[in-house]
Design a protein around this ligand. Structure first.
Ligand SMILES: C[C@](O)(C(=O)O)[C@H](CC(=O)O)C(=O)O
Length: 308
């Protein structure tokens, strides 16, 4: 159904919590615009991940915390008014210290976020799979989590620790345990380097866990089934759709340069019919026709009133 005529998902945080309880594992693909979000929902994904790397990437910017809270809230709103599945929002370092995190959580929740993810890096933050990251103190991160948990109404708070790549595996486990005590609902251990590490982390950290299966990073390719067996509740594929769209665009742009026509690659494009079907185009036409019909009735009524 066209998103304009859909009721938004109520209490998305509770919905996500329900899914965590009911499902063995939830696969949340990364999305960065409403059309891709709609497509993922239609294909059956029950939760989505609004990736910081993918949205900043779509703005042609690196994932260094350059986006503002208002921009992220707008992206969140655009997406949550289109889909009726819970959306996990990547809020990087929370846009400031504890007091700022309160506002971040309020704004993102108001924009429809089901879960808000905050990480323990200093600014400018980096992709978790790069070298040269630095962490805030455990105490500062605990403050942010306490602020987030105090400010949320229904959303879940995801605490991500980037400690594995900076201070080592033990520190990642210790920080995660601390973050749970501070009230985090879900723990996201960033950039673990083997399936065995994921397993060990799950053995020692008792909370719903989120795994990040990003490409070209420090984590080897692990399947959803393997993550399930290792004890993870959510797996994200944060930047995959964005990377795929760039590659696909490059391919068709090259075809246009080289052959001067797209005629030979029509099978690689989303057709007009497929696109209109996705966004519910014909429902807008039907709605417009209905309004015209009603307007005619009003006019006709007035005319007959004037005659009589
Ligand atoms: C999860 C992540 O924060 C994101 O923005 O989607 C990134 C993903 C990536 O850069 O591959 C991350 O830091 O892992």
């Amino acid at each position: 159904m066209a998103f304009l005529y859909r009721e938004p998902l109520e209490r998305p945080g509770s919905r996500l919590r329900e899914l965590i309880e009911k499902r063995d594992i939830i696969v949340a693909p990364g999305v960065y615009n409403p059309a891709v979000a709609l497509l993922a929902e239609r294909m059956g994904f029950e939760a989505l991940y609004l990736s910081g790397a993918a949205i900043t990437g779509s703005l042609a910017m690196p994932d260094l915390g350059l986006i503002t809270l208002s921009e992220l809230a707008k992206f969140t709103q655009y997406i949550t008014r289109v889909v009726r599945v819970p959306v996990i929002v990547d809020a990087d370092t929370g846009f400031g210290e504890a007091i700022n995190v309160e506002r971040t959580v309020r704004e993102l929740e108001r924009a429809g976020a089901a879960a808000i993810q905050i990480e323990d890096q200093v600014m400018p933050k980096k992709c978790g799979h790069l070298h040269g990251k630095a962490l805030v103190s455990p105490e500062d991160m605990v403050k942010k989590i306490i602020a987030a948990v105090g400010a949320k109404r229904d959303a879940l708070i995801i605490a991500r620790t980037d400690a594995r790549g900076v201070e080592g595996f033990e520190s990642a486990v210790e920080r995660a345990q601390l973050y749970i005590e501070a009230g985090a609902d879900i723990i996201f251990p960033e950039a673990l380097t083997s399936l065995e590490e994921f397993r060990e982390f799950a053995r020692r950290v008792k909370a719903p866990l989120l795994a990040n299966m990003t490409e070209y990073g420090k984590t080897p390719y692990i399947t959803v089934d393997q993550f399930r067996e290792a004890g993870y509740k959510i797996v994200i594929f944060p930047v995959t759709t964005f990377r795929a769209s760039l590659k696909a665009s490059e391919k068709v742009l090259r075809e246009i340069i080289e052959s001067g026509t797209q005629r030979n690659i029509l099978d690689q494009l989303y057709t007009r019919a497929e696109f209109y079907d996705l966004i519910g185009y014909h429902e807008y036409e039907a709605r417009d026709a209905e309004i015209s019909r009603k307007a005619e009735e009003v006019i006709r009524g007035r005319q007959s009133h004037a005659k009589g």
